[in-house]
Design a protein around this ligand. Structure first.
Ligand code: PLP
Length: 387
């Protein structure tokens, strides 16, 4: 026995036993429901990540991701969450002291800006009230007042408020004003669900992942960079190692992942992309469009007010205002424990004021119908009659 063990032994921890995971109608904006056949993929045996089987998976996954991103640039994959995508964009594009513009409309846009500040960038924020999208006219006039900037950070779909920005319009006005600006787009809760054409819309960096909308397990982040962004990467001085695009690209071209990848996650992603192709890119967009309309209509019919400006309403997540003084916590607890429906709550100052319904990735219409029926019944049992 070592001296330390004698002095301060660490006892076997007394913990709760593992419990079965309940079957739920999981309607949070990520992690989203994963179909059984993808879950089953993750139970396959491990393989050598430097061997031919993994190389084949990586080739398939990369080509199909290029299709869903609509880009000819290589799509790099990292076991990471969405925040990793934000950090990866910052450290690969910029140098200390660079001036960037952050267009923020909610919590995740603010996070993107904070990461840039953490790395010593000068950040000018063009901020909009939560629930609003970025108004292109306001953005344009603000850009004209700012000193020269190297890049623009923007969220495609703001998950905290259920708002989708008009990236195409924003990108074209940014280009007009500053043709060399590096436009980095957080598409964590939208790519594959809401149209976004990376090359066509002339975007420089687009990333997604983190089990928000993809029929994939949590923990894989995918990121693509334009030719302009790859050029910028050569002179970008911020420190980076895990997320270093240049070394990842070199490895990818050799059919390998830069580090030891989460092999099971790649099995799942491989199958998910196959299923997405079977459904079809346009058909998936259409399914999300219908879902957005359906959930918004049901909420309005219940007499509830939608949080997002309808002009920018998201087709992957709907934020719904709760009546003044409503016990949001008890309402969501009853839904979860008694009805098996799990909703997302409000973040930061919206806690207790809104609930969010996720309708992204894999879902069936009846899942949404069941969730909204239960919400309606629960609201009634809590004394809310609408109108
Ligand atoms: N960006 C957006 C738009 C998101 O919705 C999220 C998470 O919900 C993130 C970034 C951060 O992702 P994560 O929490 O998985 O790191």
């Amino acid at each position: 026995m070592t001296v330390q063990q004698e002095k301060n032994p660490i006892p076997v921890p007394q913990v709760e036993p593992r419990a079965p995971i309940p079957k739920q109608n999981l309607r949070i904006p990520g992690p989203t429901v994963v179909p059984d056949e993808i879950l089953a993929e993750m139970a396959r045996p491990m393989i050598n990540h430097r061997g031919p089987e993994f190389a084949a998976i990586l080739r398939r996954v990369t080509a199909r991701l290029q299709y869903f991103f609509q880009t000819r640039s290589p799509v790099l994959t990292y076991p990471a969450s969405g925040t990793g995508g934000q950090e990866s964009a910052i450290v690969n594009l910029f140098s200390p002291g660079d001036h960037v513009v952050a267009i923020t409309i909610g919590s995740f846009g603010n996070r993107f800006a904070r990461i840039a500040e953490t790395y010593g960038l000068q950040v000018s924020r063009i901020e909009f009230p939560w629930g609003e999208g970025a108004d292109p006219d306001v953005v344009e006039s603000r850009l004209k007042t700012l000193p020269p900037y190297r890049g623009v950070l923007v969220t495609h779909n703001e998950t905290s408020t259920g708002v989708t920005n008009d990236i195409q319009t924003l990108a074209s006005l940014i280009r007009r004003h500053n043709p060399d600006a590096l436009i980095a787009v957080d598409a964590v809760s939208s790519l594959g669900c809401i149209p976004l054409e990376m090359d066509l819309w002339d975007l420089d960096v687009v990333f997604t992942g983190s089990q928000k909308g993809w029929m994939s397990p949590p923990g894989v982040m995918m990121i693509a960079a334009s030719e302009r962004a790859w050029q910028a990467n050569k002179s970008a001085k911020l420190p980076r190692f895990y997320f270093d695009w240049a070394s990842s690209r070199k490895k990818l071209e050799a059919g390998q992942h830069p580090t030891t990848p989460a092999v099971s996650v790649f099995y799942a992603l491989d199958r998910a992309l196959e299923l997405m192709l079977e459904e079809g890119r346009e058909a998936i967009f259409e399914r999300h469009r219908r879902a957005g309309e359906y959930v918004r209509r049901r909420a309005r019919e219940m007499g509830l007010e939608l949080f997002a400006n309808p002009r920018y309403a998201s087709n992957t997540v709907t934020a719904v205002r709760l009546p003044e003084g409503f016990n949001a916590k008890a309402f969501m607890k009853a839904l979860r424990e008694q009805d098996g429906v799990v909703l997302g709550g409000g973040q930061e100052h919206l806690e207790g004021k809104i609930f969010r319904v996720g309708h992204l990735g894999y879902f069936r219409e009846e899942d949404l119908a069941e969730a909204m029926d239960k919400v309606e019944q629960r609201l009634r049992s809590f004394g809310f009659t609408g109108h």
